[in-house]
Design a protein around this ligand. Structure first.
Ligand code: SF4
Ligand code: SF4
Length: 345
């Protein structure tokens, strides 16, 4: 493995939650209307915010809730393309409401990104709800039939990590262009569960399951991205909140820089009128400045179940910034691992 590279400077990633409404009720959903607002963002507001948040080299992801439930998603996509966002992705649970595939074109959307948390209905639907697997697979087929590029996101937790090894055989039957392995965050509904520590994955489980599956899928010619999670001794810890521009925007105007902070009213900015207004202390920016032996300070505060210590009390592995990803691709028959920041959550 190459040593961790730094987060890219001079780029911006905007994760725009255009609604908190959803047709599903996944066990690990992080949306909390009390913190993020309820319902869909009005059209004029979304247009203003899209304009406000764009600068050169800005990547945009529409999410929710389920963003395709917003009847004006297509308007937002067209506007974002017109004003020059570098890439546009729509995250979806696969139900693809409001005939979205008929209202936008392949030049307007770079990727439809589908969430699937199991290789079969038994595993996926236990987490995401009955019928979710079937709808997701159908959505992928529909999007591909219309020529859209498609990615798939599998959120790993203790509920499904043992089934990850089945994904390559499912993926080999699907015509997808990217595969993302994500890791559960103990926030939103996961943070309310009694046995929440049991959802987290240990270093050993992560190492055993994730890189080999990534390698197998990359060997099929499909690039894979997964969070680094555990740093090795040669890696350098860096908090994205200190050095890069990631904006997680919610319908109530809160703008976070770190997804792990989203359960709390400690957002960096609030959109007021047509301005990104910095919030007074204490907010997440003060937390980003703390250097601790465990690496990510928010990981230590809200989900320390993945940290282990040696007999002298030192952490066995620092926990990486949750925004640091490893990319795996098949280059001239060699599978290459590379660490980089990318724009998907
Ligand atoms: S599909 Fe997404 S927004 Fe909807 S309940 Fe599941 S995790 Fe939450
Ligand atoms: S996940 Fe941790 S390291 Fe990354 S931005 Fe948040 S606090 Fe910083």
């Amino acid at each position: 493995m190459k040593p961790t590279i730094q987060f890219k400077r001079n780029t911006r990633s905007v994760f725009f939650h255009i609604t908190t409404q959803c047709n599903l009720s996944c066990k690990h959903c992080y949306i909390d209307p009390a913190q993020h607002g309820s319902g869909a963002i009005p059209v004029e507001t979304a247009i203003k915010w899209l304009d406000l948040l764009k600068k050169d080299n800005t990547d945009l992801v529409f999410l929710g809730g389920e963003p395709t439930l917003h009847p004006d998603l297509h308007t937002f996509i067209k506007f974002a393309r017109k004003i020059g966002y570098r890439s546009i992705t729509v995250d979806t649970n696969g139900y693809l409401f409001c005939n979205i595939l008929d209202k936008v074109t392949t030049t307007e959307v770079d990727f439809f990104s589908f969430s699937l948390d199991g290789p079969n209905p038994q595993i996926n639907d236990r987490i995401r709800g009955k019928g979710a697997f079937e709808h997701c697979i159908k959505g992928i087929y529909d999007a591909r039939r219309k020529g859209f590029s498609v990615s798939l996101i599998y959120t790993v937790s203790a509920m499904n990590i043992n089934a990850l090894h089945i994904m390559p055989s499912l993926i080999s039957t699907l015509d997808i262009q990217k595969f993302f392995i994500q890791i559960i965050g103990i926030r939103g509904k996961s943070a309310q569960l009694k046995d929440k520590r049991d959802l987290q994955v240990s270093y050993q489980d992560w190492k055993t399951h994730v890189p080999p599956v990534a390698k197998e899928v990359a060997a099929l010619g499909i690039p894979v991205t997964y969070p680094k999670v555990f740093l090795e001794p040669e890696d350098t810890f860096e908090c994205a909140g200190r050095v890069s521009e990631h904006y997680f925007v919610f319908p109530n105007g809160r703008v976070y820089q770190c997804p792990l902070c989203e359960d709390y009213p400690i957002h960096s900015f609030q959109i007021i009128e047509k301005k990104l207004s910095p919030m007074p202390p204490i907010n997440e920016r003060q937390l980003f400045q703390l250097d601790i032996p465990e690496g990510c300070v928010m990981n230590k505060l809200i989900q320390p179940g993945n940290i282990s210590y040696d007999t002298s009390g030192r952490p066995n592995h620092q926990i990486a910034c949750c925004l640091l990803k490893t990319n795996v691709k098949n280059e001239e028959r060699d599978v290459v691992f590379d660490n980089a920041i990318i724009f998907f959550e």
